[in-house]
Design a protein around this ligand. Sequence first.
Ligand code: NAD
Length: 335
Amino acid sequence: MKVKVAVNGYGTIGKRVADAVNLQKDMEVVGVTKTKPDFEAKLAVKKGYKLYVAIPERIELFEKAEVKVEGTIDDLLEKVDVVVDCSPNKVGAENKPKYEKAGVKAIFQGGEKSHVAEVSFNALANYDDARGKNFVRVVSCNTTGLARFISVVKSVADVKKVRATMIRRVVDPKEDKKGLVNGIMPDPVRLPSHHAEDVKTVLPDVNIVTTAFKVPTTLMHVHGISIELDGKLEDIVAALEDEPRIMLISEEDGFTSTAKIIEYARELRMRYDIFENVVWRESLAIHEGELFAVQAIHQEAIVVPENVDAIRAMFELADKEESMKLTNESLGIKK
Ligand code: NAD
């Protein structure tokens, strides 16, 4: 029997999670929701998804716009085992009582506070913590990028402390209501940034402090990471080479910026989705016991495999290695 999945909030993350779930043999998308009968709603129907109305009072808007809907979120929740909540920041927590009432499991995204769920999740860092759980939160894009990188390094070195600076894309490409046109914004000005605390929700033993800046770009985030450790560079490089969710790239191949990474991904994947951490090989170096690394993170895509793995963990469909392998194969994540 396949796990029946609802995606509540068919936006940037929701549409990608729906497509990824659809590629799995052990789960299926029963329906997705939209709040408005806009082009994204119409596209969801065109792609064959059953559409439901996220805010029940708005069903008339869909009828007026002649967009076919199967019912409201309440109807959808009756048909599923789990809902992946991909609504905007903080809205997931507001939706939670609906899920509790319907008796369905739920996955929340990184824009929610960690206490919305029983556990925060990153497949490489703490897959087993989500086994059998009812409410799981997949950590944000930046936290996913950090948690993956640190987990791989930790597997071959004794990590003492981590310091990371995040250069963040200001908004996603589709945004036309806000942005930062000309400037570099410390975000937050008062240090440290919240990302370190968020990493600790999946890697509680790591000593980590982070800072973050927003810059006028939409494509990707870039992280400068330094890790004080006991370990050998060759072991770390080998571990990174071995992990499918890490893509090692080289300046020599022409990867001089995130613009070039995205250009590459345009040929490689639908919507140029990059599910992997993209680590510059030349940036990896150890100086006086400190590992240095620079990685780029495609914020729209990186959490997608983790949502699929979270479903497997919650329903105990597979162990960590098996789940990650299935997810990777289905999404074209390979070495
Ligand atoms: P988005 O704005 O692209 O999509 C959110 C969708 O939810 C929209 O379709 C919106 O209409 C819908 N929605 C609004 N109110 C709703 C409600 N009450 N119930 C159900 N749906 C509702 O946002 P996004 O970028 O996909 O972000 C979703 C979540 O994923 C947030 O928690 C965010 O922090 C997290 N996240 C985003 C990114 C990113 O870079 N975009 C990366 C990782 C995690």
